[in-house]
Design a protein around this ligand. Structure first.
Ligand code: F6R
Length: 261
């Protein structure tokens, strides 16, 4: 079962996850971070940036792999995930740009971009800690409902609810690309520690399906139940449809200090 931690707000979640990442980097200076985009991980990235600056943590060797990218946005588009990862992660944290990869969404090379990304992940020794958000549809990465639980990095078609949710980042809803390239669920499950974050009532159903529902490709988030080390960090609103809330609180309140997440 995933560990479920219910926090007061996003900032508290950010501090908790940043703690785990700082501990990882201290023990492994060339740690491989799995990076999500979207709104959910921003508090974690902010908290991590502050810790790195305040404690002068050397992150020059830290490596990163983004979960996904849109297909077909012009190079340098501000909402391409390459640009977002540069702006929200690489620059504020002071990571080495060449060590942070994003799937290549250029249509010219898209046919082998998935296999190339898988090869790069394997060559890096895999992801140590994967940050995940979850979509209203239950997607992790951009693995929309129906995605194979064994899938690897490949091109997917976004659902209309996901395109509508992401329209807030674009000038017009029709500007949101139709296709993406995303790590597969099988890829994500190879990471050594999954940290799934979710905030707000709109995520409550997807969180409950992921944590307590049956494991099914119809709810891609439910694949986290197959992983031996998953931490779910959510606020009260996102936790509101969970049935075993009392137990999750009890387990967290009684967790030995040395364990971390
Ligand atoms: C982003 C990603 C997606 C998002 C999800 C939630 O790289 O893979 O799964 O995590 O769409 O998005 P936000 O955080 O914007 O609600």
């Amino acid at each position: 079962m995933a560990e479920v931690v219910i926090v007061e707000h996003e900032e508290a979640a950010g501090r908790l996850v940043a703690d785990a990442i700082v501990a990882l980097i201290r023990s492994k200076p060339d740690a491989v971070l799995g990076l999500a985009t979207g709104s959910t991980p921003l508090a974690t990235y902010r908290s991590l940036a502050s810790r790195i600056a305040e404690e002068s943590i050397d992150v020059r060797g830290v490596r990163g792999f983004a979960l996904d990218e849109y297909v077909g946005l012009p190079a340098g588009h501000p909402e391409s995930y390459r640009a977002v990862i540069t702006r929200e992660v690489v620059e504020p944290l002071g990571l080495t740009p060449e060590l942070v990869r994003v799937p290549n969404g250029d249509p010219a090379s898209i046919e082998h971009a998935g296999a190339d990304y898988e090869a790069a992940l394997v060559a890096a020794g895999g992801v140590d800690l994967q940050i995940l958000g979850i979509g209203r549809t239950g997607h992790i990465g951009f693995n929309e409902p129906g995605s194979s639980l064994a899938s690897l990095t490949r091109v997917k078609t976004l659902t209309e609810p996901t395109r509508a949710d992401n329209a807030r980042f674009f000038d017009a809803p029709e500007d949101v690309p139709m296709h993406c390239i995303t790590q597969g669920i099988g890829t994500i499950l190879r990471a050594r520690h999954l940290v799934l974050l979710a905030f707000g009532e709109a995520k409550a159903h997807a969180v409950a399906a992921a944590v307590e529902g049956p494991v099914t490709a119809s709810q891609p988030g439910s694949a986290i139940q197959l992983h031996p080390h998953t931490t779910v960090v959510i606020d009260e609103a996102a936790a509101s449809e969970l049935e075993n809330l009392a137990y999750y609180r009890h387990a967290w309140a009684n967790k030995p200090n040395w364990q971390g997440i």
